[in-house]
Write a protein that binds this ligand. Structure first.
Ligand code: HEC
Length: 98
């Protein structure tokens, strides 16, 4: 292998490592996020009783407020994912709210 092709190979590996696992890990995490991160300051009742009542914007804004004002520890991907889950009332959300 020449030096350049070796460098390309390493770059490709790093790229794959950085890109591939992220979406796979993010999928289906909502129940986990709710139980581990949204119960740090209040219980899930506060969230669960609003399911099916609120629009997508409400959830996006509320989650942003939890993060910005109250320092809830969610990264950007988690915020987006959770807002969609809460709005769509996915299975993992329903289970967390049982
Ligand atoms: C660091 C503390 C903290 C964490 C973590 C936290 N919250 Fe909150 N949450 C609060 C406080 C304080 C309030 C009441 C004041 C307010 O509404 O901003 C609240 C209120 C709420 C409300 C009611 C708002 C309303 O319209 O009456 C919802 C819904 C909510 N949180 C959702 C969440 C979700 C979803 C998460 C997880 C992403 C979360 N919270 C994590 C502190 C937190």
């Amino acid at each position: 292998m020449t030096r350049t092709s070796y460098a390309c190979f390493i770059a490709l590996l790093l790229f794959a490592w950085a890109v591939i696992p992220a979406p796979a890990q993010a999928a289906g995490n909502c129940g986990l996020i709710l139980n581990s991160k949204c119960t740090l300051c209040h219980n899930l009742n506060r969230i669960c009783r609003k399911l099916g009542e609120k629009d997508k914007l409400y959830w996006q804004k509320t989650i942003k407020r939890m993060v910005k004002q109250h320092s809830a520890p969610l990264n950007n991907d988690e915020q987006k994912e959770l807002a969609l889950c809460l709005y769509n009332k996915t299975e993992s959300v329903k289970n967390a709210c049982k």
